[in-house]
Design a protein. Structure first.
Length: 489
DNA sequence: AAAAAAAGCAACCGCCGGATG
DNA sequence: ACATCCGGCGGTTGCTTTTTT
């Protein structure tokens, strides 16, 4: 908008965030009232320079240490909504509009959540678009949603509808869910599509939020039974998934702050010299087995989260809830996720028979369940068959499991899951993630890696990992996981 | 062409929750 | 345990621009 170009605006002034009592009064050493109103190009440039120099975050300190006479909030908003380099300008495309409708039907007025599904778009843009649309359609007496989009949220302020979906196989079927249906279903592939985590076939990393593939055509090889809480029964129709942990493109997920500056490599669980209790690196494990035709000893592997291969990185904004014990369930609408069942028993007795399983659900909504044992005498040439058999067995057992209703805490990542994410993040040096992008991670702030980009990838990775541990058999309970890494600033 | 209405947009406000001391 | 800081989010306001009458 061409208003107030170049600094001559009559913007009003305000005190800090409209809360005079905070910070012990005005300005904290900069005893001037803060400016309000439209931003000028001069202010924009100052803000851009500051962010380039210091990175995102710490908006109030940014304000204090710059010539900007704006409150921190205002700076953050300006950056996120207008100055961020990843922003997509211009009108929404028809595809985006369609997606907004679908997302709103699913989430209600959860603008940040919706924005996380619209690369380059901000919550504010979406909110404005929607509000305008609402007014227009109300005036015309039209319904808010097209006939083919079914509203699934309770009301505009409600939590989204949740379906709890057990992983499992029903009879083989091929189902195509048209992209217009804002629901997806996780299928299981059984044989030819077994997904051993590839390495060489990994596509180069692409930020999911910047990809346009967030709405694939979902071709399912198997339909999954869905548990309908209303009827307490399973159904294969109208699957619905919900993102329970929004990851706004320009924001950080809850609890992220504790990681954002962490470049410390924390030891994995029980970092004993022989790594006997480390969680195995699933990918390396499989690759080792495939390449050497023998099953490696679990103790030779160390849990290396970077092995979550890039092709499996889900779209941002996804998360999954698992209920452990004898059963687990996906409760998510994410189009991609990865489930790991940690070896059982995850204990120091690595010499004894262990098994582990992995369920991968990739961006094409293809799921593969893989299980393996590390019995040292496992016939190598029967490896895949064995995996598949066990996967089948896993699927079958899952079908028998009772769904667990997640009640009030739908929006929060389960504590266990969060701890796992915490652990995983703490075990992986940032350099692994960004080596190809930025070189020296220790210099990430000044080498062009913004906090946002770091957050972004972190969010993806957090969302991509869901793990379970059977506490009954695993001496390493979540409580033994490393504490939140110390923030390094 | 002018006025009114609608649309578009930017920014602020208040609330909230997590982090921190 | 508490207070404070900080930042995210959703609601709202108000200004400008565009379209309609």
């Amino acid at each position: 908008m061409a208003q107030n170009i170049d600094g001559i605006n009559g913007g009003a002034v305000c005190n800090i965030e409209g809360r005079p009592s905070e910070s012990g009064g005005l300005m904290e050493g900069n005893n001037k009232a803060l400016k309000k109103g439209p931003w000028t190009t001069v202010e924009d440039q100052i803000l851009i320079d500051c962010v380039r120099k210091h990175g995102e975050g710490n908006w109030n300190s940014l304000r204090r240490n710059s010539r900007l006479n704006r409150c921190g909030k205002s700076c953050r908003l300006r950056w996120a909504n207008h100055l961020h380099p990843n922003l997509k300008k211009g009108a929404f495309s028809p595809e985006e509009e369609r997606l907004i409708l679908q997302l709103h039907a699913k989430y209600g007025n959860k603008w940040a959540r919706m924005a996380s599904q619209l690369p380059g778009r901000t919550d504010n843009e979406i909110k404005n678009y929607w509000n305008t649309r609402v007014k227009r359609r109300q005036r015309k007496g039209l319904p808010q949603y097209p006939h083919d989009i079914k509203q699934s949220h309770f009301h505009s302020h409600s939590q989204p509808t949740t379906s709890i979906i057990p992983i499992g196989l029903t009879q083989p079927a091929t189902t195509t869910i048209p992209p217009t249906v804002p629901s997806i279903c996780f299928p299981f592939h059984t044989s030819s599509q077994t997904h051993l985590p590839p390495n060489s076939t990994n596509p180069s990393h692409q930020s999911p939020a910047l990809s346009s593939s967030h709405q694939p055509e979902f071709t399912l090889n198997h339909s999954l039974p869905l548990f309908d809480p209303a009827t307490s029964s399973f159904s294969t129709s109208e699957p619905a998934f919900n993102f329970h942990h929004p990851t706004p493109m320009l924001g950080s997920p809850l609890g992220y702050r504790q990681y954002r500056d962490n470049v410390v490599f924390s030891p994995p669980i029980s970092p004993t010299p022989n790594r006997s209790s480390s969680i195995p690196d699933v990918v390396s494990y499989q690759q080792f087995a495939a390449s050497t035709n023998c099953m490696p000893d679990m103790s030779s592997f160390q849990f290396q989260p970077q092995s979550f291969n890039e092709s499996l990185v889900p779209f941002p904004g996804t998360s999954t809830q698992i209920d452990f014990g004898d059963s687990f369930f996906i409760k998510s609408e994410l189009p991609s996720c990865k489930l790991l069942q940690i070896p059982e028993p995850l204990s120091s007795q690595v010499s004894q028979t262990q098994s582990w399983s992995e369920i991968i659900i990739d961006g094409n909504i293809n799921a593969t369940a893989v299980m393996a044992t590390n019995e040292t005498h496992c016939a190598s040439n029967g490896f895949l068959e064995e995996l598949l058999q066990e996967a089948e067995a896993l699927n079958n057992s899952l079908l028998e499991m009772k769904p667990v209703q997640d009640h009030e805490n739908e929006m929060s990542m389960p504590e266990d899951l969060f701890k796992l994410s915490n652990f995983i993040l703490s075990t992986e040096p940032v350099s692994h993630w960004y080596s190809s992008d930025i070189g020296d991670p220790s210099n990430s702030q000044s080498s062009g890696v913004t906090e946002t980009s770091l957050k972004f990838d972190m969010q993806q990775r957090m969302a991509s990992v869901v793990a379970s541990i059977d506490n009954d058999r695993v001496p390493h309970s979540w409580d033994n996981l490393p504490e939140t890494p110390v923030e390094v600033s």
